[in-house]
Write a protein that binds this ligand. Sequence first.
Ligand code: UD1
Ligand code: CA
Length: 454
Amino acid sequence: MVAVAILAAGRGTRMKSDLPKVLHPLGGRTLVERVLNSCQSIEPTRSLVIVGYKAQLVKQTLQKNPNLEYVEQTEQLGTGHAIQQLLPHLQGFNDDLVVLNGDVPLLRPETLKNLLDIHIVNQNAATILTARLPDPKGYGRVFCDQNNLVEQIIEDRDCTAAQKQNNRINAGVYCFNWPKMAQVLPKLTTDNDQQEYYLTDVVKFLEPVMAYDVEDYLEITGINDRKQLATAYKILQTRVKDAWMTAGVTALDPDSITIDDTVELQPDVIIEPQTHIRGNTFIGSGSRIGPGTSIENSYIGENVTVLYSVVTNSRVESGSRIGPYAHLRGNVKIGQSCRIGNFVELKKTEVGNNTNVAHLSYLGDAILGDRVNIGAGTITANYDGTYKHPTTIGSGTKTGSNSVLVAPVNLGEDVNVAAGSVVTEDVPDDALVIARSRQVVKKGWRPKNEKKTE
Ligand code: UD1
Ligand code: CA
């Protein structure tokens, strides 16, 4: 049995932000959500989140995670003070407590599991996750005796020049035997440079305290400022892209591509340069995405191509070709083997199979059947200034270039719309509609008061 506590009460002054630091997004998920996710591997029986700065907002953001217990730290007097707030909540709790800073978002679940295993096997009072950093600046330094038992942790700002040479740092991830911890927490003082209660000071009163070095030090990158946030994003991206390449995805010029770790790709997907895939997106085998494409929260079937396009909250079935320069703006469903082409914008529109919308169109609130051909420049006039109205276009229908379909309007199946028509009324199946004025040709015509030249 293990409980988890996440420190999420600080403002994160160095972020220079109104938003609490732990709510800053990293690849589509907030820092604190990432920390919470990394705890799943140890199956905690209780998860406590210590909130303070903008507590309401933090709780709101974490709403989707059920069974979280919130503990208020109304004044942020340091990480030790934050853990002191748990005392009334964990009264009678006799097991281990895993504590994580809310700003350590890259931790691998296995690492946490190893830390806990070592803690339990050795019956430690505390086990501290540590790392050897090439540049330990800013982190607390961990000092051990010859038996690898931790004697003290000294914050960077409290270190002497000699102590700063120690590159073994505290990752901000700990296991504590709670009954022992509960006894020593009241002993913390504020005699340090920041005049805060440091959680790290408990090691002076506990025994034994062991340090466990993480294998990949990039995992414990803590986020204190925007530069570290950017570094963490890079680390995350390398991890995600390496994993997909190992799984059979081609990434051409990976440095110019970003992929959220919520995305799912099948083998033999090809991601071309300057492409960004975000959120809850799935891409089927054989699809070629990019260059210059952004896809968010969308399903892309197999063997689809998406070239220089933006696709959001949409679905594209197998064999369709999207772009160049298409914008599927949301709630768009494209059937199989369609072509959605150059400078086409679709919104809340369903397109059947084998249908083409190939050039210069806007279709909104529309339903198109199969084998429809939308001529260049066809527009649905779906908005009357107050309300949106629907357009339906039956299977096999063709619209001529520059047609305007004034919604609400229904075109039946196998309708032909003459080029340049403004269609305002429904058209039955199997009909030609011409809705434009007839061409007039006046032979030999001159303006009345044309100047006569000799
Ligand atoms: C802390 C550690 C440092 C370690 C580093 C790892 C202490 C004293 N120092 O330093 O040894 O190397 O993390 O990243 O713990 N928080 C609260 N309430 C408070 C203060 C902070 O909940 O009163 C939360 C913050 O929201 C944050 C976490 O605790 O999520 C860590 O606080 P931060 O100020 O970033 O600590 P560091 O200076 O990075
Ligand atoms: Ca920190």
